[in-house]
Design a protein around this ligand. Structure first.
Ligand code: CTP
Length: 446
């Protein structure tokens, strides 16, 4: 029996794929098809794949041409597969000529002519692009602008910002709008990175105008309002999604799954630190547009705490140890969270530098994510017996921002909210802001 193997992404399965599979099958008696896993595609720079791994596998299965379907997850796997399954022929389309000659040491390599005039990329590009408008004064706006070019199906068409420094960096192809309202007329979706107190008003206007919203955390500074805004988005059938880029990093996602599966036992403590320096403290005037330490970092610091320990049964204490009374501006704040069976601290600062690590301690071991943990591509699981320790690495492109934009666009296209941040977590983040603002359990020093 002649065994043939071929690999591909098979996104939005098309005629070219089917032709390829037919010819691959005709080379032998048994066809194995390797479908690339989402993570592996990301590593190869394909982040805009529209269908999930399961959908792509199902599409290949439905052709009836594959005798076996496997998932391709890591570099070098082809050699492993060829040996494991006793493969005689490896084949792919002619777009790969020469790339897989190294496999000649293991089996015969055949490049089949590629079908002209069709590809997944072209099908993706033909779909009408979502026009995205960027709003706000925070330099994060530019990061989103730069990262959006890596995502198929989206195009930044307009910007509304009162920060002249930001506008200088925006090229002339993108419309510089004079007001938020005029921006809404020029886009299908908005990314808001304005200061938190402006969010509610802007989100309501955007949703009322039928626009989808990606908003830098917190969505608003009051939990009831966040609840209401989610409801409003549902009524208008638009997507409202909270933006915390870390939530979209593969390593962070794997870390959560690993802990939820009990790897370190019961979680009893989480310590999360996020800080950054600022060139100079903001003036009173600038304060209207500048994020304080709490505003800039607390959502990120709280994310693993709420996602692992939950959003109920928690009491909070805050200590701002470096507080500018005159400007109402916090530079370093520690938040203590007390759960019935666990404790956590979130320490955040702007204009203060600390070791930005994340430590999650459990009854069997702990997870250590080195600084800066919010841009995580690596973490370790450590145990009493050091030989049991394990290290995990995952690719992270563009600090997670491009994955977040891709998730937002996917959500818009499928009208299903596929946010990595659960609604109750968004509401609880707003609750922390609300309590802090009201001074509930708050000590201010400095
Ligand atoms: N293929 C083909 N003819 C095409 C498109 C793809 O023969 N018109 C082959 C590829 O050479 C590969 C397999 O189908 O062996 C799976 O390709 P994949 O990369 O999944 O599809 P593309 O359409 O090339 O995707 P993209 O545009 O994202 O690169």
């Amino acid at each position: 029996m002649v065994k043939v193997i071929t690999y591909g992404t098979y996104d939005l399965l098309h005629y070219g794929h089917i032709k390829l599979l037919e010819r691959a099958k005709a080379l032998g008696d048994y066809l194995i098809v390797g479908v690339t896993a989402d993570d592996f595609d990301k590593t190869r720079g394909k982040i805009n794949v529209q269908q999930s791994l399961m959908e792509r596998i199902e599409a290949v299965r439905a052709t009836g041409l594959a005798d076996k379907i496997i998932v391709e997850e890591y570099e070098g796997q082809k050699i492993d597969d060829i040996r494991r399954y006793g493969v005689d022929i490896f084949t792919v389309g002619s777009d790969w000529v020469g790339k897989f000659d190294y496999l000649n040491d293991y089996c015969k390599v055949v490049y089949l002519p590629r079908t002209e005039g069709i590809s997944s990329s072209e099908i993706r590009a033909e779909k009408r692009k979502i026009r995205l408008g960027l709003v706000g004064e925070n330099p994060l706006l530019l990061k989103h602008l730069n990262e959006s070019v890596f995502v198929n199906g989206v195009e930044v068409t307009a910007v509304y910002s009162e920060n002249a420094e930001i506008l200088k960096e925006v090229n002339e192809k993108i419309e510089n709008c004079k007001s938020f309202e005029s921006l809404l007329g020029k886009c299908d979706a908005v990314y808001l990175v304005s200061v938190p107190r402006q969010h509610e008003k802007q989100i309501r206007k955007a949703i009322d105008a039928g626009k989808h919203v990606l908003v830098e955390s917190p969505i608003a500074t009051n939990p009831e309002i966040v609840r209401e805004l989610f409801e409003l988005a549902r009524q208008h059938q638009v997507i409202l999604m909270e933006s915390i880029k870390t939530a979209y990093a593969t390593a962070y996602d794997r870390l959560l799954l690993l802990i939820k599966s009990g790897k370190i036992g019961q979680v009893v403590s989480i310590d999360s630190v996020c800080t950054s320096l600022r060139e100079k403290a903001p003036t009173l005037e600038e304060r209207n547009h500048v994020w304080s330490g709490f505003e800039a970092w607390m959502p990120t610091a709280l994310l693993p705490i709420y996602q692992l320990l939950g959003t109920t049964d928690c009491t909070e204490q805050f200590v701002s140890s470096f507080y500018d009374q005159q400007q109402h501006y916090d530079r370093f704040t520690q938040m203590n969270l007390i759960y019935p069976n666990a404790v956590a601290t979130a320490r955040v600062g702007m204009g203060v530098k600390a070791e930005g690590q994340l430590v999650i301690s459990g009854t069997k071991g702990y997870v250590y994510v080195p600084a800066p943990w919010w841009k995580t591509d690596y973490f370790e699981v450590r145990f009493e017996n050091q030989t049991d320790n394990k290290r995990y690495f995952y690719q992270l492109e563009g600090e997670g921002i491009r994955y977040e934009i891709a998730a937002f666009i996917r959500a818009i296209n499928s009208v299903v909210n596929v946010s990595s941040i659960e609604e109750d977590v968004s509401i609880k983040i707003a609750d922390a802001f609300d309590k802090y603002r009201r001074g509930d359990g708050l000590v201010k020093i400095g």
